[in-house]
Ligand binder design. Structure first.
Ligand code: BDP
Length: 714
């Protein structure tokens, strides 16, 4: 009796604390009480739980079941002891208890691999139980999070039967975090890793970070910036990394590091980093052995080489394969991998930057060692609001290619804008490369199924930082969430993920769910419209990449805006057909033909592939100039709608969260308007045409927009 009271008191206190904690820290793991009717229903189904087996990972699973179920169901749900009872949850590895031995379970789990799980409502000795089982402890933990998600989102637990395993092996965040605490393209405060305090002082947040990732199936993380500091590989830093790796381990989260190619010179005292020089190879072998002696659970290296001034094998007239293979050879005995980035561009400005990665990498197909993944950004330029899929996907059949998405919104309004990225990710994943005929989607390239590659990966440049709510904008959390869910299963739909996230984050009130879902699903297209409609790209502010900058013309040509939009008195756009750079020729037929022919090129990518006259008649019958105007206006209008749809939710959302998002959205509206006014007034100099019809006209001069003080919008 006494213990029940104590447990109840603790539970009530913790649920009160939880209910008050609306600062975003809890992410999608709030475990808010479900509706009363659901509570009544689920309380009958879930009276306790049993976790079989002992390990730090299973302990976490038990704790999550206890706190999660108690908070959501409004009754203390505790570990059951003694004989099996009706309506309990049984969690553990396959075969770890009598309940978990049935052949039905083992049959189903056969194809679940090392990380998959099975959730199943079944009868055991005439008792109704729900089983969470897997081939490994981490599988049990992933299953536990999925089960809790089902409870939180109000799923019917009768006849529960869910078998799930990840489609992608390495599901990895890339932190562009510097050792001094700053984050390249980070908009949510400082780095989560307080290097100066480590290894002695450990921030409890490290564990919460690992937990958040595990809850959505992310199993790997690169801790430091691709523009890597060689100090990272010194024993001093490796010892710090080891502490993080130890904390992450029970959550199934492996640690990787970005390395600078010239490290043997920077910290090893060698005179060269030439990958074919034996002393250099030896240095890497010793370094890798040292890394594993300090961090036994280490995953491998991420490398940015010969790109944006970073050193690489080409400095020694060697190829990317020479460089990657040297590292792969050193990592291979330990089971480590190399993720070698294809985001390369020369110091000499090429005729078309979009073509460079394929030109450099395709000839190397088949030359990489088995533990090398080539990491390719979703598009060939750089995380633009909309890009066609990267032509490298499908072009290197003998090499496993992994995806690099950007979760941090470098080009998408940073932490000012609400822009739900799942539609962007999906657009790329579902693009058909036609590499092996129809149906050769990017998704099949990266999940390995097109060419039977066992090693697969999807990375996302992280949007996390020291801000209390992790991602700056509360809705930034949905992008971290969506990335994790899609890396586990790229077939999930954007709307499905959005809905799940809304229910976990805000509430399951149907009015709230449908309104926020609409806002989220509209948001990316709105951003494309007010930033870079119809295939425009790379016309953002110089350096910081925030706000419009179609006028940017100074500096390295392929860092300017005019290099990309090429606006002149005749028209606008980058001619990439045979008549221009012939970047379209890098795609397989019929994609190449579709893109290169003005009449068949999708209008949403028109100016990516073609220089089009202002008067060109679009499919709507309107001129290109009119359509550009309509799109910019639609973008601004779309944001206005988002603002009013959000404001209508007042009273239905926690006030703190409501105010936070409202303020952000109001800034976004100003930012969108600034984008439209700037781009329209800038392009108007070339088109010499008026803003059509009764569309809103830029109120100020181009000069005003060029000098606009946007700091308040950040
Ligand atoms: C660009 C970023 C730059 C990164 C680079 C990269 O502006 O900060 O270092 O990509 O991916 O998007 O290496």
């Amino acid at each position: 009796m006494k213990t029940t009271i104590v447990i109840l008191a603790i539970y009530l206190l913790s649920s009160v604390l939880q209910a008050n904690a609306k600062d975003g820290y809890d992410l999608w793991l709030k475990y808010s009480p479900v509706s009363e009717s659901l509570q009544k229903q689920d309380q009958k189904k879930i009276t306790g739980f049993k976790v079989y087996g002992e390990s730090p990972t299973l302990k976490i699973a038990g704790n999550e079941l206890q706190t999660g179920l108690s908070a959501m169901l409004g009754i203390p749900v505790t570990g059951a002891s003694g004989k099996i009872k009706d309506n309990i949850i049984v969690a553990g590895k396959l075969g770890s208890s009598a309940e978990l031995k049935s052949s039905v379970l083992s049959d189903q789990l056969k194809n679940a691999g090392e990380e998959g799980y099975l959730l199943k409502a079944m009868k055991f000795k005439n008792k109704e139980i729900i089983v969470i089982t897997a081939n490994t402890d981490i599988g049990v933990l992933y299953g536990t999070y999925q089960f809790l998600r089902l409870v939180q989102t109000g799923a019917n637990l009768d006849n529960l039967s869910v078998l799930s395993s990840p489609k992608i092996k390495v599901r990895i965040l890339n932190h562009w975090d510097n050792l001094n605490g700053s984050i390249e393209r980070g908009y949510a405060g400082q780095s989560l890793w307080t290097w100066n305090d480590l290894p002695g002082k450990v921030d409890p947040r490290y564990q919460d970070y690992a937990r958040a990732n595990a809850s959505i199936g992310i199993n790997s993380t690169v801790l430091n910036n691709v523009n890597a500091n060689p100090q990272m590989l010194t024993p001093e830093y490796l010892k710090k990394v080891a502490v993080l790796a130890g904390i992450f381990k029970p959550y199934g989260l492996k640690v990787y590091l970005s390395v600078k190619f010239s490290s043997p010179m920077n910290i090893g005292g060698l005179e060269t980093a030439d990958p074919l020089v034996p002393a250099v190879r030896e240095w890497w072998k010793k370094k890798v052995a040292e890394v594993y002696s300090i961090i036994p659970e280490f995953g491998g290296f991420l490398v940015k080489a010969n790109s944006e001034g970073q050193p690489g094998p080409q400095n020694y007239n060697r190829t990317h394969a020479d460089g990657a293979n040297m590292l792969a050879e050193a990592l291979e005995p330990f089971g480590g991998i190399v993720m070698w980035r294809a985001f390369v561009y020369d110091n000499n400005v090429p005729d078309d930057r979009a073509k460079q990665a394929l030109n450099e990498f395709k000839p190397l197909d088949g030359q990489f060692r088995k533990n090398v993944l080539i990491q390719v950004k979703n598009g060939a330029i750089d995380f633009q609001p909309r890009e066609p899929f990267h032509p490298l996907f499908g072009a290197m059949p003998k090499t496993p290619l992994m995806m690099e998405f950007q979760i941090t919104q470098e080009y998408l309004g940073q932490s000012t804008d609400l822009c739900y990225l799942a539609p962007l990710f999906k657009e790329c994943l579902e693009s058909d490369t036609y590499a092996k005929g129809k149906g050769s989607t990017v998704m099949k390239v990266i999940d390995g199924s097109l060419e039977n590659h066992p090693l697969t990966g999807m990375s996302g440049v992280a949007n996390t930082g020291s801000d209390r709510n992790w991602t700056g904008h509360l809705f930034g959390q949905s992008n971290w969430y969506a990335f994790g869910r899609l890396a586990w299963n790229p077939s999930l739909a954007s709307g499905e993920i959005a809905e799940e996230w809304i229910r976990l984050t805000f509430s399951s009130d149907p009015a709230v769910v449908s309104a926020i879902k609409k806002i989220m699903l509209d948001s990316r297209e709105n951003s494309v419209n007010y930033m870079t409609p119809l295939g425009l790209h790379h016309i953002m502010g110089n350096g910081h990449h925030f706000g419009p900058g179609p006028w940017v013309s100074r500096g390295r040509a392929d860092w300017t805006a005019i290099y990309y939009h090429k606006a002149d008195s005749i028209g606008i756009g980058f001619e990439r057909s045979l008549a221009g750079s012939n970047a379209t020729g890098q795609y397989y037929k019929p994609v190449a033909d579709k893109f290169s022919d003005l009449r068949t090129c999708p209008e949403e990518l028109l100016l990516w592939f073609h220089h089009v006259p202002w008067s060109y008649k679009m499919r709507s019958g309107k001129s290109l100039w009119e359509e550009i105007n309509l799109h910019y206006s639609a973008g601004v209008e779309g944001v206005r709608t988002m603002v009013s749809e959000w404001k209508a939710l007042q009273g239905k959302i926690d006030p703190e969260e409501f105010d936070h998002v409202t303020k952000k959205l109001e800034k976004q509206q100003q930012l969108a308007t600034w984008w439209r006014n700037s781009c329209i007034s800038y392009f108007q100099q070339f088109s010499k045409l008026p803003v059509p019809g009764n569309l809103e006209k830029p109120a100020e001069s181009l000069d005003y927009y060029m000098k606009y003080d946007f700091r308040g919008l950040k």
